[in-house]
Design a protein around this ligand. Structure first.
Ligand SMILES: Nc1ncnc2c1ncn2[C@@H]1O[C@H](COP(=O)(O)OP(=O)(O)OP(=O)(O)O)[C@@H](O)[C@H]1O
Length: 246
């Protein structure tokens, strides 16, 4: 059996009696790229909030690498290796992409490498590699304010990866992007998926088709069904609750 990076067991989140998540059972393997879709109000954002500790489950538990995250604060969960990319980019606009990566990267935080003075070159090489991965080498030294929306999204994904999380949570990365930018984000996530566990929330079905191996459909706070893109797309329940709304 594959090791699990993330599991939720019967997770219910109630807001004044309303169940945003309702006995949600979910699991994904280490190294998996999973896409979660669902109609408006299905509980997708709450699902991410409960993983990152922003919201505590009313009932049930969330396990990260087999350990219960209960009662850990958001920053403690982040430190354990869960990184979250929010929908709108949060990059430092007056800094360059290189500087943005430098200040958020934790590559230099290893005490021993700092003591032995190896860190600078290692970090420079890692940042160079990250800039290449996110396709921003030609724009590495211009202010981030001059980047397109899609480039800012790629930069923020790079900033997240620079913190070396074990699990990347990516919330609607292609909302408001052009087709070409959407495709580029998809390719970036596919590249990153070769070495990371990634959970993506997304609405854009073309994008989901591009990147998804396994899709989980949420509806009314529970898993409606799971499968590959075609299976999910052809499931009459999904057509009814989700695709029918497109
Ligand atoms: N803090 C809160 N208090 C009360 N109700 C909430 C709260 N947060 C979310 N909800 C409700 O829980 C349900 C699920 O919300 P959530 O934002 O998780 O859905 P979503 O799938 O992310 O939707 P969307 O695709 O529109 O972003 C919604 O009906 C929402 O109104």
């Amino acid at each position: 059996m594959n090791a699990k990076i993330l599991e939720t067991e019967n997770v219910t989140v109630s807001f004044d009696g309303f169940k945003a998540l309702n006995q949600l059972n979910f699991s994904m393997d280490v190294g998996e790229l999973r896409v979660v879709i669902g109609p408006n109000g299905a509980g997708k954002t709450t699902f991410l909030d409960v993983i990152t500790g922003k919201v505590q489950p009313t009932i049930g538990r969330v396990l990260f690498k087999g350990k219960n995250l209960r009662s850990l604060r958001e920053h403690q969960i982040a430190r354990r290796g869960i990184g979250r990319k929010f929908q709108t980019p949060r990059v430092y606009l007056n800094l360059t992409p290189r500087e943005n990566l430098e200040i958020t990267s934790n590559l230099n935080k290893n005490v021993f490498s700092t003591l032995f003075g190896r860190s600078q070159t290692t970090e420079e090489n890692s940042i160079k590699g990250l800039l290449e991965t996110i396709g921003l080498t030609p724009k590495a030294d211009i202010p981030a304010a001059l980047l397109s929306h899609g480039e800012k999204q790629r930069l923020e994904i790079g900033m997240l990866v620079g913190q070396s999380p074990d699990l990347l949570l990516v919330d609607e990365p292609v909302a408001g992007l052009t087709d070409e930018e959407t495709y580029n984000i998809g390719e970036l996530l596919l590249t990153l998926a070769q070495s990371h566990s990634i959970l993506v929330i997304e609405h854009d079905m073309e994008f989901v088709r591009q990147i998804a191996k396994k899709v989980t459909v949420l509806h009314e706070g529970s898993v409606l069904c799971e499968g590959n893109f075609e299976e999910v797309q052809n499931d009459p329940r999904v057509v009814e609750v989700y695709l029918g709304q497109q």
